[in-house]
Design a protein around this ligand. Structure first.
Ligand code: SIN
Length: 311
């Protein structure tokens, strides 16, 4: 029955629709090895910058009552490391997440990654939504700048790529953002959503914030964000019919993953729950998902993808 979970993404066959969310278990060679040998159908690397970064001071990730809060600050081993990983990687589909500190950095990394993407089949996910670098607002919330980033990157990158988006909360913003993505053919998929930026988790006993950077402000993940993630997946699935959507946010089990796919997701990323449970979560979710599909009488993912009913 696990064969029923096989699906394709931009022409690549994957054994199941599940992968890590960029940032979780994907920064170091050891992390990437664990992901590569897990049951995930594909995998993505930590969002990288041209130069390696230490990121924000610790503690910068904390479990919270309904999920997690983080302000990692893009700690990563630098673009060259992840590019070389792509060159040497064999096996499951690989996404390379890039999150330059400027437009020029993103253009440079895209240009350098292009021949590797063409040679190896790896796919770039351009992260325009990190909420955690002090002094750097999320590009995804500034539509003029976002259009410019996508125009510049696509002018040097003539292969399909994806964009990691922040959550949007207003119908007008869904419309405006979707219009920008629909202008740019190389934007082949939209990953919805990054963490819900700049939340604050407080411990009543100690009367203290949960993480150190930015006076405790950080991106929320996990159960806090499932309905927001589903709304963003479905909003862009409806508005961008020529693009694919990758769901991210609040997935702990087959139940939430099924909701993402029903809302229109082609692949589903697992973040907070992967951090909590480790890479064996993929086996559990795959097994649960196969059972759920069988119970519902579905033979393939396409039988229900995007088929959310309204009232
Ligand atoms: C981080 O490194 O701060 C998280 C990256 C992101 O949310 O895009």
């Amino acid at each position: 029955m696990a064969g029923a979970l096989t699906t394709t993404f931009l022409g690549h066959q994957v054994s199941n629709p599940f992968l890590n969310a960029a940032g979780v278990l994907c920064r170091t060679p050891e992390d990437l090895l664990q992901l590569a040998s897990s049951v995930s159908g594909s995998m993505i690397t930590k969002s990288c910058t041209v130069e390696p970064r230490e990121g924000n001071p610790e503690p910068r990730y904390a479990a919270a009552p309904y999920g997690s809060i983080n302000s990692m600050g893009l700690p990563n081993l630098g673009f060259e490391f992840y590019k070389q990983f792509a060159v040497e990687h064999r096996g499951k589909l690989l996404f390379i997440s890039v999150s330059g500190m400027s437009m020029d950095e993103n253009v440079k990394m895209a240009k350098d990654l292009l021949p590797v993407a063409k040679e190896t089949g790896c796919i770039m996910e351009l992260n325009l939504s990190c909420p955690n670098v002090p002094g750097k607002p999320q590009v995804g919330y500034d539509f003029t700048t976002m259009r410019e980033y996508l125009q510049r990157v696509s002018s040097v990158y003539d292969a399909p790529f994806g964009v990691k988006l922040p959550p949007y909360f207003d119908i007008a913003h869904f419309d405006q953002a979707a219009a920008i993505f629909n202008e740019i053919p190389q934007v082949a998929f939209l990953t919805c959503v990054n963490s819900l930026g700049n939340g604050l988790v407080i411990d009543v006993d100690t009367e203290t914030v949960a993480i150190k950077p930015k006076d405790g402000f950080g991106g929320l993940g996990g159960r806090y964000i499932l309905p927001t993630a589903l709304a963003n997946v479905n909003a862009f699935y409806r508005r961008c019919p020529t693009k694919l959507v990758v769901g991210c946010g609040g997935v702990y089990s087959a139940n939430e993953a099924f909701q993402h796919i029903l809302a229109g997701a082609s692949l589903v990323q697992v973040g907070t729950a992967l951090h909590e449970e480790g890479p064996q979560i993929f086996q559990r979710v795959v097994d649960e998902f196969a059972l759920l599909m069988r119970a519902k009488g579905y033979n393939t993912i396409d039988d229900f993808k995007g088929k959310l009913k309204t009232l």
